[in-house]
Write a protein that binds this ligand. Sequence first.
Ligand code: ATP
Length: 460
Amino acid sequence: MEKIVGLAKRRGFVFPGSDIYGGIGSTYDYGPLGVLLKNNIRTAWWKAMTQERDDVVGLDSAILMSPKVWEASGHLAGFSDPLVDCKNCKKRWRADHLLEAKSAEMAGLREAPVEMKDVRCPACGGELGEERQFNMMMKTFLGPVEEAAAVVYLRPETAQGIFVNFKNAQESARKRVPFGIAQVGKSFRNEITPGNFIFRTREFEQMEMEFFVKPGTDEEWFESWKQFMMDWFTRFGVKADNLRFLEHAKEKLSHYSKRTVDLEYQYPWGWGELWGCANRTDFDLKQHEKHSGQDLSYRDDLTNERYHPYVIEPALGLDRAMLVFMLDAYEEIDGGRSTTTDAVKDIETVLRFHPAIAPIKAAIFPLSKKEPLTGIAHELRNRLARRWSVQYDETGSVGKRYRRQDEIGTPFCITVDFQTVGEEGVPGDDKVTVRDRDTMLQERVAISELESYLAAKLGC
Ligand code: ATP
């Protein structure tokens, strides 16, 4: 994890937020490569959801919503986590997380279930205070007057924007149930214990989809979306061995859920949630109908049946997905794998990103810093840049330039050399050397065919 955090900062994926002021509680800024990586993940999700399927449409609703939304959804009353303070060092902890950790530590050692009174402060061993509920919604004021009537909340999930637009989206897109509405956007939670880099932060981006189905078909649809989640991550290169499902125990389900399953990832600190799938039943639509006085039922125009659809919700964090793509792609090769003479026989780092996810698709190197090699390389860069994110690099040996690109996961490096342009008495072949990040194989490809060659290899 430390290596990922170091690489992320050094190569411009993720910086600590407000860094020059010493940072501010677990916020992060995405750098030049991070923003590309995040865009690619968002696009891959959006395309799989709304473009490849014809039963899901998109939405982009406002972050600030009527406070009545949060009253109806139950967030005002119940979106809280159990908080405990250490009486000694004053650190704050999530009581449920401490209990889980202690239970895991005591597994097999005693029969009686672990209780909060058995738990001490993980930081100093001090005694913990009484457990109390802490609402995680962040508050602000709408308009210039800071008064109670102007209080609004930064949304803690994007889902509610979808529920309140159920009718708008369904009628305008002329969709029949079963169909879904997808949305990507920022959510805010005043987490008690943010941490593990971008795994848990207080401001994060969610990619959520609410799929509306006829009651009675919900369990079947749940299975199908569960499979979609696993397939999406493995399609974009995450190893299946690092993924598993965790079924939530009935007594631990959220107030709206009939069933919840998490797709978990094996993080460096252990298995943890990556993508949650919940059967939210007709809870949200019925609550909004009750609180708004608007009819949110659906009429099937073929059978004339009227009902409140059930909702299957796969909800994924974009930042958390990005962390997983980085962790899973990260590989160190001890002693290096280059065979060129200038290779530093050191640890080499490769990010084996899927081409669709990789922030830079190809890098273009002139073998020397002189014309006509540089001119041709610049021209190639400009041509390829119309289609893909590419980089031009002329500094250092080619071996060093390969390693620089391997470290950020660039699938292909293209070198313009003397054979391309020809030398005294020898005509150029108008070909470049294309080197594959994973196989390290090098191929001579005609410049005129380079674009179609890359398109076929990248698949995007
Ligand atoms: P947890 O149990 O980890 O607090 P949750 O069950 O409350 O998460 P959901 O409400 O199901 O999470 O949110 C859906 C997804 O949003 C999660 O699977 C995760 O990928 C992402 N997510 C939730 N909270 C955060 C956070 N604080 N920072 C980053 N991503 C988050």
